[in-house]
Design a protein around this ligand. Structure first.
Ligand code: MG
Length: 259
């Protein structure tokens, strides 16, 4: 009884606020969530794992042959040196030559030790689990520096951007290599393009579970509410984010097709 009575004033306050929000133009801040805070977890030792025998190797340290530039389908244009690839922001996003349905993916990334900036403008990149358009379209698992760098929790490293905060923050400090492992269970659609089953994501950073079979609400949107667009197979995309901080690097990227 007490709890019901306590809820009444809240409802009375919420109604006029909602009416005001509806009249306003949607803003990026509308879909930011700042609490509850994500618990920080210190991961175990860093180990790099070589690909299993049935993996499709997407980057072996030598070439970006498996990738193309999203803008024009030409050479990816990111910088390969010393067994790693570094984002070339002026080149833009890159995506795999192949298209995938459901899959298991592994990659390793490193935020540069000299990273600058704060919030979203600090080491921002991203793994688009299915790239469904020429820009930032698709489903983004956020990659950025979340080591003692606060931002909205549904936008920090390991979030499904603007949808799900990670369950934990197990990131290492800039300059150290880190791993991401993902199971992407693709959405399915009926003949009219309506969702039959939503996409599901399970993911780990540095071996710590950060997303546990979450059902996605649709494609990632910076502003507004996510929704689905029917697709069957799509490339996997890495983001060249426009922030001015020094670019991040990747290595050892492989995928296992689950279809
Ligand atoms: Mg990003």
């Amino acid at each position: 009884m007490t709890s019901i009575l306590r809820g009444v004033p809240l409802l009375l306050v919420a109604a006029p606020l909602a009416a005001t929000a509806q009249d306003a133009k949607p803003k990026p801040e509308d879909t930011e969530r700042w609490s509850p805070a994500v618990p920080v977890v210190t991961p175990g030792r860093s180990e790099t794992a070589s690909p299993p025998s049935d993996a499709i190797v997407l980057f072996d340290g030598k070439s970006l042959d498996q990738w193309v530039n999203v803008k024009d389908g030409a050479a990816a244009g990111w910088t390969v040196a010393d067994g790693i690839v570094t984002v070339a922001k002026e080149a833009g996003n890159i995506q795999t030559r192949r298209s995938f349905g459901s899959y298991q993916l592994h990659l390793e990334y490193r935020i540069p030790a000299n990273v600058t900036g704060m919030g979203q403008a600090r080491g921002n990149s991203g793994l688009f689990l299915a790239s469904t358009g020429p820009g930032d379209e698709g489903y983004e698992l956020q990659i950025m520096d979340s080591y003692r760098n606060d931002t909205y929790v549904n936008g920090q490293a390991g979030s499904i951007y603007k949808q799900f905060a990670p369950l934990a923050n197990p990131v290492r400090k800039p300059g150290e290599w880190q791993s991401i492992d993902v199971v992407w269970d693709k959405p399915t659609f009926d003949a009219t393009g309506s969702v039959k089953s939503p996409a599901h994501v399970t993911a780990f950073i540095n071996g710590v579970l950060i997303q546990n079979h979450v059902a996605l609400l649709g494609e990632t949107l910076y502003i507004g509410k996510p929704s689905y667009k029917a697709y069957d197979r799509a490339p996997i995309k890495l983001q060249a984010h426009g922030d001015p901080s020094p670019p991040i690097s990747y290595r050892n990227i492989w995928v296992r097709d689950l279809n």
